[in-house]
Write a new protein. Structure first.
Lengths: 482, 485
C-alpha cells in the first residue's frame, strides 16, 4: 500500500509482536489448571500467587508446544535457551517480575508465507519466538473505588512471536495473522482466538518515503484484539505519521493505544517514561537445553501444515489455488474436505463444500464440527451425481433433506423415489408423449426454430418429475425430431 | 549428671532408644530451658504445644521400635523456612502475621524423620546481615559472655545461639554468604553449608536464589552429618536441586586422613589478619598434618574480588526476590490513595534499613546502562572465582581457612553501624564458597584470649561433603573444644 501525501509518496513499514497462549493443561511454571472460564482465583497455586519461598518449575509440555510451533514457523530451534526475569510492579503480577526469555529465546529466525488477494505469496520473516508466563487480570469495573484481581490467568504459558518489519500494507499484516492463526490451529499449540485474548497483537508502525530503505521512528500499539483492528490501526497510524512528516513535524517514539470505536490511536506513554525492566537471568531455573533427538521427535509429530496441504490439494486433487487456499485456511474444513473427497471427485466435492455446504452452515449458524451433513455423506452425494443416479438438480433437494435429518443420500433418494430414470424405453415413451402433445412446436422446430430443442428437453424432464437422465433425454429428443 | 539439653543429637538418640528418658521429658526440659534463657532473644516464636504433641508421637514410635532417623529430637527452625500453620516472617515487619499453608521441603523432611519443632529462630531480616541486628525482633545475644552483649553473628544468629545455649538440640540455618558458618564460629558450634543444589530451597524465603542453601547448625560434626543426611536430596519442586544420591555422611567420621591433601590458600592470610586467628589456623593445619594429611599451598587469586562480586550479585537477586512483598496478598499492608502509594507506604514501613539498602543496590546494578558494568561483570568474576577453586582442587582435596576474621563483636558496634562495609568485611572468608557453590563447614577450634570462640572453615569439592566431614572430625577430636554448659 502506498500512501499519497501532499508532497510525497509514502511506504508503510510495520512489524508485529504476537502473544499466543499455549494450549496446555497446566500453567508454564506451576501445576495449576489453565482452564478458561473458572471462577475468579480458582486456578491459582502458591507459585502463581507469589507466596514466599515458592519456586517455578518448567512445564515440559509447554516446551514441547513451543518447539512444535517453532518448527511450524520454519524456524531455528535453539538448543540452548535461558529464562530471565522482567521486573515491574503491578497488582496482577504477584512476584513483581515476569519469567520470560530475553537474550536466549527458544526459537530463532523463521519464515511464514502469506497469501495475498492477487494470488501471489510473500515470505514474512520471523525474528524470534520466546516463551513466558502471562499476568493475571485487573478488573476495574466492579467497584468505583476498588480494583479486583483475578490470578487465574497468572502463569499461563505464552509464546511471543516477533516478526521482522516486513509488512508494507495492512492487508499483508491481516494475511499474516490469518496464516499464523491457521498454523497454530493446525499445530494445536494455540487456539488463536483473538476475541478471547488467547492471541494478542502489538503493532509497530513507521513510514518512509517510497523508494527509501531507511527506518524511521516507530510507534507501538499494544493489545489490538482483532485482525480488522490491526489493519485499521496500521493504516490510521501510518497516515498520522505521513501527516506529521508532511507538516514538518517529528514522530516521537511512544506507545499508543488503539481505540476500536474511533479507529484512531492516541498516545499512552513516551519513551522517557518507559519502564526499566532490569532483565537478568532467572536464578530459579537452569538453562533449557534441547537435544537434536528431542527436536527430531517433535518434528516427526508435526501434522501436515496448511501450505503443504494446499499444494497437495492443487497438485494431486486438481483443486484451483483459490479453492485450496480457502479450504486449507481452517484445519477442520481441510480435514472435513479430505474425508469427503476420498474416493470421490475432489473438485466436485470442493464445489459442493464451498457452495451449498458453507451456505447451509452459515444459514444454520453452525461450525463445521456441528454440521448435520457428515463428510462421508457429502462425498456420497457427489458420487450419486457422478454415477447418474440423480441429477444435479435433484441433488440440491437431497442435500436440503440431508441438512435437516443428517440421513444418508442413498436412503433419501430411495425413499423419495428420486432415482434418475436411465431406462431408455421409459424415457422414449415420455419423449413420444411430449412430441405427440406438441405438434405445433414440432412443426416450428422443423421449420427452423432449433432453439426449441431445449424446451423439449425441459418438458421431458419435467414430465419425468426431474428423474430422467438429462443426457439421455437430449439424445432421444435429437433423434426423434430429426 | 549431664543435663538432657546439653547432649548432642546422637547422644540424645541413644538415650531415647535406650529409654533413659522419653521424648516428652526431653522436650519439656528444652521448653523449660527456653524459658530460662529468654534474654538471649533466640526464638521469635515458641511452639511448645506443637513440640509436645510431636514428642508424644515420637514416644509412641519408640514404644513399638518404629523410631525414625531424628525421632524426638527437639529442633529450632530458622524463621526463613516456611512452616505450615506456624508463623513465618523471615524476621521482617513486612511479613507480620504470615502463616504459610505449606511446608518447606527441608523442614518437611526433618519432621517426617521425627524431629520436634520447638519454635522459630531469630535471624537477620531476610537473612541480610552478619550480626542478627537487622532482625525486626531485635538482636540475638551471644550466649558466650552474655553480660558483654555480643552479637551471635548472622544471619542464622538465633540458630547458632540456640544450639550453643542448649535451648534446642540442633537447628536449621541458611547460608547465602556465610550465614551458617559465621554465627557458628561466633557461638562455638558446628554448621555446614552443603553444596548448592544438595538441599531443596522450596519453601525457604529467597534472598539470593543462586547462593542460598540450607544446612544444619549443631553441637558437633556428627550431629551435622546426621541432620544433613535427612535434609539433603533432590526435590522436583526446586529445579536447582541436584538429582544425586545422598551418601550416609556419618560413615566417614573418624576415618583416617592419611594422604589427604589439604589446601592452604595464601590469599586468606592477608596482612593484618588477627594473630590469634592466624595461630589457630596454624594449629588446625598442624592437627591434620599430624594425622597424616599432606599440606599443600594453594592460590585462589580472585579472592580479593569476592566481596565486591557478592555484594553485587546477592543484592541484584534480592531486589527481584523481595518484589513480591507488596502488601497485596499477605503480611503488612499500609494503605495509600493509589496502588503505587500503597506499595511505597508498605515497603517503606515493612523493610528495615539493611534490606532497603540491598534492594537499592540490587535495583541499581540491574538498571539499563549499569547492568554490563556491574551485574554482568560480577557474573564473569564469579566464574573466575569458581575456576580458582576448580584449579586448586586439582592439587588438594579439601581447603582449610579461618571462618571469620574476628570473634563476636559487641551489639551496636559503632564502626559497623556507621559504615556497613565494615560489617560486610566479616564475610570475607565465606562468600567465595557461595559464589562457587561449594560445601563448607565451620567448627570451633578454641577460645580467643578474651574467651570467645573462634572457628575454622573446611571447604570441599562440589558434592564432596564427605571429605569435609572426615577432615572436620579429625580437627574436632584434636581441638577438644568445650561447649557451653
Amino acid at each position: 500500500m502506498i500512501i499519497e501525501g501532499k508532497t510525497n509518496k509514502w511506504e508503510i513499514v510495520c512489524g508485529l509482536e504476537i502473544h499466543c497462549q499455549i494450549i496446555s493443561k497446566s500453567k508454564i511454571f506451576s501445576t495449576a489448571s489453565t482452564k478458561f472460564g473458572a471462577d475468579a482465583n480458582q486456578n491459582v497455586s502458591f507459585v502463581d500467587a507469589g507466596m514466599p519461598g515458592m519456586l517455578p518449575t518448567l512445564n515440559k509440555y509447554c516446551v514441547h508446544q513451543a518447539v512444535k510451533t517453532g518448527l511450524g514457523l520454519r524456524a531455528v530451534i535453539n538448543k540452548y535457551s535461558e529464562f530471565s526475569r522482567k521486573n515491574y510492579f503491578y497488582a496482577d503480577m504477584p512476584t513483581g517480575y515476569q519469567i520470560t526469555q530475553f537474550q536466549y529465546p527458544i526459537v530463532g529466525e523463521g519464515i511464514v508465507t502469506i497469501d495475498l488477494d492477487d494470488g501471489t505469496t510473500k515470505d514474512i520473516r520471523i525474528e524470534r519466538m520466546h516463551i513466558e508466563q502471562d499476568a493475571g487480570k485487573s478488573i476495574h469495573d466492579i467497584d468505583p473505588h476498588k480494583t479486583f484481581i483475578d490470578l487465574n490467568r497468572a502463569g499461563v504459558g505464552l509464546m511471543e512471536i516477533v516478526t521482522k518489519p516486513d509488512f508494507r500494507s495492512p492487508e499483508e499484516a491481516g494475511a499474516f495473522l490469518r496464516k499464523l492463526r491457521s498454523i497454530l490451529r493446525y499445530l494445536e499449540t494455540c487456539d488463536g482466538n483473538m476475541d478471547e485474548g488467547s492471541m494478542r497483537c502489538d503493532v509497530n508502525v513507521s513510514v518512509r518515503p517510497l523508494g527509501s530503505d531507511e527506518f524511521r521512528t516507530r510507534c507501538e500499539m499494544k493489545n489490538v484484539n482483532s485482525v480488522k483492528f490491526v489493519m485499521q490501526a496500521i493504516e490510521n497510524e501510518a497516515r498520522r505519521h505521513v501527516e506529521v512528516y508532511e507538516n514538518g513535524g517529528k514522530v516521537e517514539q511512544e506507545t499508543r493505544q488503539f481505540d476500536a470505536v474511533s479507529g484512531q490511536t492516541k498516545a499512552m506513554r513516551k519513551k522517557e517514561f518507559a519502564h526499566d525492566y532490569r532483565y537478568f537471568p532467572e536464578p530459579d531455573l537452569p538453562p533449557l537445553i534441547l537435544t537434536d533427538e528431542y527436536i527430531k521427535q517433535v518434528a516427526d509429530e508435526l501434522p501436515e501444515l496448511p501450505d503443504a496441504k494446499k499444494a497437495r490439494f492443487v497438485n494431486e486433487l486438481g483443486l484451483t489455488k483459490y479453492d485450496a487456499a480457502v479450504i486449507c485456511e481452517n484445519k477442520e474444513v481441510a480435514y472435513f474436505f479430505e474425508k469427503a473427497a476420498v474416493g470421490h471427485d475432489a473438485k466436485k466435492v470442493a464445489n459442493w463444500l464451498m457452495g451449498d455446504f458453507f451456505a447451509m452452515l452459515k444459514c444454520k449458524n453452525l461450525t463445521i464440527d456441528e454440521s448435520p451433513v457428515s463428510a462421508e455423506n457429502l462425498g456420497k452425494l457427489v458420487d450419486l451425481i457422478e454415477k447418474n443416479v440423480i441429477s444435479g438438480k435433484i441433488a440440491k433437494d437431497v442435500f436440503e433433506i440431508m441438512s435437516e435429518t443428517g440421513e444418508e443420500p442413498e436412503k433419501i433418494v430411495e425413499e423419495k423415489g428420486w432415482k434418475q430414470v436411465t431406462d431408455s424405453s421409459a424415457i422414449e415413451a415420455i419423449v413420444d408423449k411430449v412430441i405427440a402433445n406438441n405438434a405445433d412446436k414440432v412443426a416450428a422446430y422443423k421449420g427452423g426454430k432449433t432453439g426449441l430443442m431445449g424446451w423439449f428437453v425441459g418438458q421431458v424432464i419435467k414430465e419425468s418429475q426431474g428423474k430422467a437422465n438429462p443426457k439421455m433425454v437430449n439424445d432421444l429428443v435429437v433423434k426423434k425430431l430429426s | 549428671m549431664v543435663k538432657l539439653t546439653q547432649m548432642t543429637v546422637h547422644e540424645t538418640l541413644d538415650g531415647l532408644k535406650n529409654k533413659q528418658f522419653s521424648a516428652v521429658e526431653l522436650t519439656n526440659e528444652y521448653i523449660k530451658e527456653i524459658d530460662n534463657k529468654k534474654e538471649l532473644n533466640a526464638y521469635v516464636l515458641e511452639t511448645p504445644e506443637i513440640a509436645l504433641n510431636q514428642a508424644k508421637k515420637a514416644d509412641s514410635r519408640y514404644a513399638v521400635d518404629a523410631a525414625r532417623a531424628l525421632e524426638g529430637i527437639p529442633m529450632g527452625i530458622k524463621d526463613l523456612f516456611c512452616t505450615k500453620g506456624i508463623r513465618s516472617t523471615a524476621c521482617s515487619h513486612i511479613l507480620d502475621g504470615f502463616v504459610p499453608e505449606y511446608e518447606s521441603t527441608v523442614t518437611e523432611k526433618l519432621f517426617a524423620a521425627g524431629a520436634v519443632c520447638l519454635g522459630k529462630l531469630n535471624m537477620d531480616e531476610f537473612a541480610m546481615g552478619g550480626s542478627n541486628e537487622t532482625s525486626y525482633y531485635g538482636p540475638v545475644v551471644n550466649p558466650w559472655q552474655q553480660d558483654k552483649h555480643l552479637v551471635a553473628g548472622g544471619s542464622s544468629g538465633g540458630s547458632a545461639a540456640a544450639v550453643a545455649a542448649n535451648i534446642c538440640a540442633a537447628a536449621t540455618g541458611t547460608d547465602t554468604g556465610g550465614s551458617i558458618r559465621q554465627p557458628s564460629a561466633f557461638c562455638g558450634v558446628t554448621g555446614i553449608k552443603p553444596t548448592y543444589g544438595r538441599c531443596s530451597r522450596y519453601g525457604i524465603m529467597a534472598f539470593a536464589s543462586s547462593l542460598d542453601q540450607a544446612g544444619p547448625i549443631a553441637k558437633d560434626v556428627k550431629d551435622c552429618a546426621l541432620l544433613l543426611n535427612v535434609m539433603s536430596g533432590y526435590d522436583e519442586k526446586d529445579s536447582t536441586s541436584v538429582n544425586l544420591a545422598v551418601p550416609d555422611f556419618t560413615k566417614v567420621l573418624g576415618q583416617s586422613v592419611k594422604g589427604l591433601r589439604v589446601g592452604i590458600p595464601a590469599e586468606y592470610r592477608p596482612e593484618g589478619l588477627n594473630e590469634e586467628i592466624s595461630a589457630y589456623w596454624d594449629k588446625g593445619i598442624e592437627m591434620l598434618k599430624n594425622a597424616g594429611a599432606e599440606i599443600v599451598n594453594i592460590s585462589l587469586p580472585h579472592t580479593k574480588y569476592a566481596l565486591a562480586t557478592y555484594y553485587i550479585i546477592a543484592p541484584a537477586e534480592a531486589s527481584s526476590n523481595l518484589a513480591r512483598y507488596d502488601g497485596l496478598r499477605y503480611g503488612l499492608r499500609i494503605p495509600g490513595e493509589h496502588l503505587d502509594d500503597m506499595y511505597i507506604n508498605t515497603r517503606t514501613e515493612g523493610f528495615g534499613r539493611e534490606v532497603k539498602r540491598r534492594i537499592m543496590i540490587g535495583t541499581y546494578v540491574l538498571s539499563a546502562g549499569y547492568y554490563d558494568a556491574y551485574y554482568l561483570k560480577a557474573q564473569k568474576v564469579r566464574r573466575l572465582i569458581r575456576d580458582d577453586f576448580m584449579k586448586a582442587f586439582e592439587k588438594c582435596d579439601v581447603i582449610l581457612t579461618p571462618t571469620s576474621p574476628t570473634a563476636a563483636f559487641p551489639i551496636g558496634d559503632k564502626s559497623m553501624q556507621e559504615n556497613p562495609i565494615n560489617m560486610w568485611l566479616n564475610d570475607v572468608f565465606t562468600v567465595s564458597v557461595n559464589l562457587a557453590g561449594l560445601p563448607a563447614l565451620s567448627l570451633p577450634i578454641g577460645l580467643s584470649s578474651e574467651g570467645l570462640p573462634l572457628g575454622l572453615q573446611l571447604i570441599g569439592k562440589a558434592f564432596d561433603e564427605e571429605t569435609v566431614f572426615k577432615a572436620a572430625s579429625v580437627i574436632e577430636t584434636e581441638a577438644k573444644f568445650e561447649r557451653l554448659k
